[in-house]
Design a protein around this ligand. Structure first.
Ligand code: ADP
Ligand code: MG
Length: 742
C-alpha cells in the first residue's frame, strides 16, 4: 500500500483510523496513517511506502532509505531493532530478514515494512501533544536525545497556540542555543519548526480537528535542518475520551451577571440560623453585627421569632422585598427546598453547606440544587465554601475582619485558605475589595468572577487560589478575550510532578501538573506564586504601586545601610531574574560630589553608613535618589533600612530619620521623571519595639504608594511580579491602541 493513497480527505478517514487502532494492542494509528494525517495539514513528512515483507519497492524512492518495522504490538520500534537507517535497495531483503528475527526475539511479529527516504541530518526535536483533563490539548516542544531524556528540557503551551506563543515556548528551552548553532553546530531553520508546530497546534491546526478519543501525539523526532522541519516519526495514541475535556469546551457563554449586589449588599438573608443552638449561620449574623454591617439582616428559621435579637421570617417566601445576598448554612439535603421558596426574591445565594459535588454521593444533590436556583432566578455561589468578604459594605464571614476598602479582589477555591488570605494579606498590607470563596462553583465560577472584576473600576488587582487546571484554563480564556488587563496573581494548589495520565507517549509522561501550571500561568500572563506569603506579597506590591508607570528592562538599584545585607539583596533579586548592575560612572561621580561623610559605596548597591543617613536628619536620601534617577533608568529602586539600628543610633540626636527617609523616597520619585518603581524593605531586629515602629512606618510608606516588605526575598518576589504584570499591562495597552488604529 502506498502511503500516498491514505490521504485523509475527511473526518471519516480519521474515524476509520480510530476504529482500527482500537483493535490493535498498542491502540495507536499506524505510522503511515499518522503521517498521512500530518501531511494533510501541511506538515512535512518523508516520502515513503508500506510494503509486505519480501515485497517489491516502487521505483520513485531515492536512496539512502530508512526501513521501519510494522507490527501492531510494537511501540518503540528501535528498541526491538525495528528501524534501520541508510539502507540501499540492494540491502532491503536482507535488512527485512534481520528485522524479522530481531522483532521475534522481543516477542513481536513483523507484519510489513515502512520504507522511507532518509532525511539529511539536522537537530532532532520532539513535538508532542496530550489531552489533560479540563484543559484540552497541551502541546510540548523540546530538544531530542539527552536534552529531553535526561534534562527534560521541554516547554508546554495550551492549544490553540499563536506563533508568538510558540516562539515563547522555544525561548524557554535551555537548549535553544544548540538550535541556533552554538559551538559551530548547524543553525536550524527555527521558523520552519514554528510553522510545523502551528500547523499541528495553531487555531486551524490538526489538533483542533481530532476527535476526543485521540489522546496523545508524539512527533519524535522532527528533524530540523537549515532549510526545513520534517516529522520522521508519528505516534497517535487512541484512548478513552475524557468527559471533562468536552465539558470545558462546551461551557456556554452566559449573559454577564452584574455582581454589584454581591459586593455591596444592602439586604442580607441568613438561612439556617437557629433560635436554640447557635451554629455557623448564627455566627455569620454576629460577625456582621460586630463588623458594623450597615444594611438589613433577615434571619430565616421556620420556628424562631427572633434570632440574635433580630426579627426572623419562617421562609424566604415571606420576604416582602428581595434580598441581595442569602447566606445559607443548613443540612445539605434541605438547601434546594429552602432556596426554591426564594424564587424571584434572592439575587445571590451562597451555600456554605457541604456534602454536594465534592463527594460521590452528593453529585445528584448538587445537580438538583443547580436546577432549583436556575428556575428560581438565583445565582448560586458554592456550595461547600465559607462565604464572601466585601469591605465596602462591611460584610464578612470573618470575625474582626480587615475592612479597610481596597482594590484587591480575591477568588478562592478553598474556604479555609480564604481566611488565611484575609488575615495574612491584611498583615502584609493588602486592603481588600473582596474575597469570595467559591467552593464547588456549581454555578458562579472563577472565570465569571474574574470577568466581572476586569470590568469593575473598584478592582485593580486580582488574586486567584485554584486547585484545578481546568479552572485556570477558563480564566485564561477570559483574560485573553478581555478588553482591559489588570494584574493577576495565581496561587495554585496541586502541583506535584505526577504525570497527568498513564501515558504511551513521551509527551504524556512529561506533562505533569508541575509543568502545566507554569505553562498556563505564562500563557495567561498571570504571576504564579508558590505560597500564601508570596501571594500576599505580590498582591501587596501590585496594589500599592502605580502599574501605569511604564518601566524599561529588568534592573534594580539598591540603596540602604548594611553592606553585606545589600549584597544578599542583589543575590535575591538575581534569583528572580532581576539584575543590579553598576551605575554609570557619571552617576557615581555626581554622588561623590554630594560630599557626604566617608564610608559610602556608590556603585550599586549603594551602601551608606549611619553617618550619611544622619545628614539632614535622613532627608539626604532625597538628594542621593534624585541623583540616581536623573542619570539612570532602573525599573526598580529598592531601599532597605535596618530600622532598629537606625533609630537606636540616630533617634535621640536626629529624630525620626527613618520617617524622613521614607518621605524622601516619595519626594525623589515625584520630582524625577516616571519610569521607576519604588520598593522598601524594613528590617526588624526582632524586638517588640522595632516591630511596632515598622508597622507605623509601613503604613506611612504605603500611604504614599511605596510597598513595604520584611525581607529582600519578599521584595525580590514582588519585583518579579511587578515586572511581569507591568509588561502584561503595557502589551495590552499597545494591543488596544493597535486595534484602535486599524
Ligand atoms: P522509534 O519508534 O524507535 O521512535 P523512529 O521512527 O523515531 O523510531 O526512528 C528512530 C530514529 O531513526 C529516529 O530518532 C531518527 O533519528 C531516525 N529516523 C527515523 N526515520 C528517519 C528518516 N526518514 N530519515 C532520517 N532519520 C530517520
Ligand atoms: Mg521516534
Amino acid at each position: 500500500m502506498l502511503v500516498e493513497t491514505a490521504k485523509p480527505s475527511n473526518s471519516d478517514t480519521i474515524v476509520g483510523f480510530i476504529a482500527q487502532a482500537k483493535n490493535r494492542e498498542s491502540a495507536m494509528f499506524t505510522e503511515a496513517e499518522g503521517k498521512s494525517l500530518l501531511s494533510a495539514f501541511g506538515i512535512d513528512t518523508p516520502q515513503g511506502v508500506e510494503i509486505p515483507v519480501g515485497g517489491e519497492l516502487p521505483g520513485h524512492l531515492r536512496e539512502p532509505l530508512v526501513v521501519k518495522a510494522i507490527s501492531t504490538t510494537l511501540v518503540h520500534k528501535s528498541d526491538a531493532g525495528g528501524v534501520r537507517v541508510g539502507v540501499t535497495r540492494a540491502e532491503l531483503h536482507e535488512v527485512a530478514t534481520q528485522m524479522r528475527d530481531s522483532l521475534a526475539d522481543f516477542g513481536h511479529r513483523l507484519e510489513g515494512l515502512l520504507v522511507e527516504e532518509m532525511i539529511p541530518a539536522g537537530h532532532e526535536i520532539i513535538v508532542g501533544a496530550v489531552r489533560a483533563p479540563g484543559l484540552g490539548w497541551t502541546v510540548m516542544v523540546g530538544l531530542g536525545g539527552v536534552m529531553v531524556e535526561v534534562f527534560e528540557d521541554v516547554a508546554f503551551g495550551l492549544a490553540p497556540l499563536s506563533e508568538t506563543r510558540i516562539n515563547g515556548m522555544l525561548q524557554e528551552l535551555r537548549g535553544l542555543k544548540i538550535l541556533n548553532g552554538a559551538r559551530g553546530g548547524l543553525k536550524a531553520d527555527v521558523s520552519s519548526l514554528v510553522t510545523l508546530i502551528s500547523r499541528l497546534a495553531g487555531p486551524d491546526g490538526l489538533l483542533a480537528s481530532l476527535p476526543a478519543d485521540v489522546t496523545e501525539i508524539d512527533l519524535n523526532p522532527v528533524i530540523v535542518s537549515d532549510t526545513r522541519a520534517v516529522a520522521v516519526d508519528a505516534r497517535f495514541v487512541v484512548g478513552e475520551a475524557d468527559p471533562a475535556d468536552t465539558a470545558a469546551i462546551q461551557r456556554s457563554e452566559v449573559a454577564a451577571t452584574d455582581f454589584s449586589a454581591l459586593f455591596e449588599p444592602r439586604r442580607v438573608a441568613v438561612v439556617g440560623a437557629s433560635g436554640k443552638r447557635p451554629n455557623m449561620a448564627n455566627r455569620f449574623i454576629l460577625n456582621m453585627l460586630a463588623n458594623g454591617f450597615t444594611g438589613t439582616i433577615i434571619p430565616v428559621n421556620p420556628t424562631a421569632d427572633t434570632i440574635e435579637g433580630l426579627p426572623a421570617i419562617a421562609s424566604l417566601a415571606e420576604l416582602d422585598e428581595p434580598v441581595d445576598y442569602a447566606f445559607v448554612a443548613m443540612p445539605g439535603a434541605r438547601v434546594a427546598q429552602a432556596l426554591a421558596a426564594g424564587a424571584g426574591k434572592v439575587r445571590f445565594a451562597q451555600v456554605i453547606s457541604s456534602g454536594f459535588g465534592e463527594v460521590e454521593d452528593g453529585k445528584e444533590l448538587e445537580a438538583e440544587l443547580v436546577r432549583t436556583v436556575r428556575e428560581a432566578g438565583i445565582r448560586l455561589i458554592g456550595p461547600n465554601c465559607l462565604g464572601t468578604h466585601a469591605s465596602a459594605s462591611r460584610l464578612s464571614f470573618l470575625p474582626e475582619a480587615p475592612l479597610t476598602p481596597g482594590s484587591t479582589a480575591v477568588v478562592s477555591q478553598s474556604g479555609g485558605l480564604s481566611v488565611d488570605i484575609l488575615r495574612v494579606g491584611a498583615m502584609r498590607g493588602i486592603d481588600f475589595h473582596s474575597v469570595v470563596s467559591i467552593g464547588n462553583s456549581a454555578d458562579v465560577n472563577a472565570a465569571e468572577l474574574v470577568k466581572s472584576h476586569l470590568a469593575n473600576d473598584d478592582v485593580q488587582v486580582i488574586g486567584l487560589y485554584v486547585e484545578s487546571l481546568g479552572v485556570a484554563r477558563e480564566v485564561m480564556d477570559v483574560l485573553g478575550a478581555a478588553a482591559t488587563r489588570k494584574p493577576v496573581v495565581l496561587l495554585a494548589g496541586g502541583r506535584t510532578a505526577e504525570g497527568s495520565r498513564a501515558a504511551t507517549s513521551h509527551t504524556g509522561a512529561l506533562s505533569g501538573n508541575h509543568r502545566l501550571w507554569p505553562a498556563i500561568a505564562r500563557q495567561a500572563g498571570m504571576t504564579l506564586v508558590d505560597s500564601l506569603e508570596d501571594f500576599a506579597t505580590a498582591l501587596h506590591a501590585l496594589s500599592t504601586l502605580d502599574l501605569g508607570v511604564q518601566t524599561r528592562g529588568r534592573e534594580a538599584v539598591l540603596f540602604g545601610n548594611g553592606g553585606g545585607a545589600s549584597v544578599l539583596g542583589a543575590d535575591a533579586l538575581d534569583r528572580q531574574g532581576v539584575g543590579s548592575p553598576h551605575l554609570p560612572d557619571s552617576v557615581v561621580n555626581q554622588l561623590e560630589s554630594l560630599e557626604l561623610p566617608p564610608g559610602n559605596g556608590f556603585h550599586n548597591p549603594i551602601d551608606v553608613p549611619a553617618g550619611t543617613l544622619a545628614v539632614k536628619n535622613g532627608a539626604v536620601a532625597q538628594d542621593i535618589l534624585k541623583t540616581v534617577l536623573a542619570g539612570s533608568h532602573p525599573a526598580l529602586l529598592i531601599s532597605h533600612l535596618n530600622v532598629g539600628i537606625i533609630q537606636r543610633n540616630l533617634g535621640e540626636t536626629h529624630g525620626d530619620v527613618t520617617g524622613n527617609i521614607i518621605d524622601s523616597i516619595g519626594k525623589a520619585r515625584d520630582e524625577s521623571k516616571p519610569g521607576t518603581h519604588q520598593l522598601l524593605v524594613l528590617k526588624t531586629d526582632g524586638s517588640a519595639e522595632t516591630e511596632e515602629m515598622i508597622k507605623a512606618y509601613a503604613q506611612r510608606a504605603r500611604r504614599i504608594g511605596i510597598p513595604v516588605f520584611p525581607t529582600f526575598e519578599d521584595a525580590a518576589l514582588a519585583a518579579r511580579a511587578v515586572l511581569e504584570q507591568g509588561q502584561q499591562i503595557h502589551q495590552a495597552s499597545l494591543g488596544a491602541n493597535g486595534r484602535q488604529e486599524r
